[in-house]
Write a protein that binds this ligand. Sequence first.
Ligand SMILES: Cc1cc2nc3c(=O)[nH]c(=O)nc-3n(C[C@H](O)[C@H](O)[C@H](O)COP(=O)(O)O)c2cc1C
Length: 309
Amino acid sequence: MSQGSALLRPVTLGDLKLPNRVVMAPTTRCRPPELRVLYYARRASAGLIVTEGTLVSDQPVPFPQVPGLFTPEQVAGWRRVTDLVHTLGGRIMVQLWHAGLTPPDAMTPSEIATAVADYRSAAANALRAGFDGVEIAANGTYLIAQSLNPRLNHRTDAYRVGPRLLLDVIDTVLTTGCRVGVRLSPYWCATDSTPACPDYIPDGETLSRYDDVVRELDSLSYLHLRGPAAFELDAFARYRKLFDGFLVANNGFALDSAEAAVESGIADAVSFARHFIANPDLVTRFALDQELSVADRAFNYVGGPVGYV
Ligand SMILES: Cc1cc2nc3c(=O)[nH]c(=O)nc-3n(C[C@H](O)[C@H](O)[C@H](O)COP(=O)(O)O)c2cc1C
């Protein structure tokens, strides 16, 4: 890649200036807070860092050592991260995560209202912690995704609530004055009972619900789209037509495909998870077209500094 390449071209995300379009995708790593400062600081040359999923309230999740943003100690811990990333010239948003209501059919109006209020206070805490904004995780299998994706149909009660949940969360988070991005995964194929399937194509009902949601996202700083399990650039073009704002594409990108996505205008930036795990200096490696290290998956969710920082 030449240094004049599309991925290294600076861009503005609202009033935020990104020096390049290489975004660090959220990666849950299950490590203690004291290691996180070094982990994120080493990746400060990313155009934008999006942190690992960070809980908006005290709720059970199937991973250990997941950070939150609902206590003063958590705010202080994150402040150390954001201060150093900023000192090093970086930008960092926090991904806000609500794992779901328990039991899954507990979607009563008061519980939904509590969940929405938890997003608001976590976003206010994100500002106190020095983040440049928040990304609402509406991807994967958790609360908001359950309200959007019929494939997660073992939680039909959440699906009944529909896009209103996400739109309410966006509205309430915007009242804090935060920059707000949303992460969606319309092509998400795994459920509790079925593994990820590269051949999965969402049905018309699913695509049409996501189309409707994406059309409503004008007020966002950015849309972060995770594409199909089997990499396919064209899948993003559908959303480019529906969303005028800043679009970050993700899932399975390599240098050439990311360059093509930005060059063709399908995406404004591309995010990388696995490559950033193994290559803290990913931007430099891209700039020099250097070979990338490959992450050892055994350290994805376990361990200390080894396989992490
Ligand atoms: C170890 C690991 C942890 C992840 N944690 C999160 C997370 O906290 N939130 C999220 O939205 N996606 C998470 N993801 C998904 C990634 O952000 C990304 O969508 C996926 O890895 C595909 O991108 P890639 O091909 O660049 O790795 C995680 C992925 C990995 C490998």
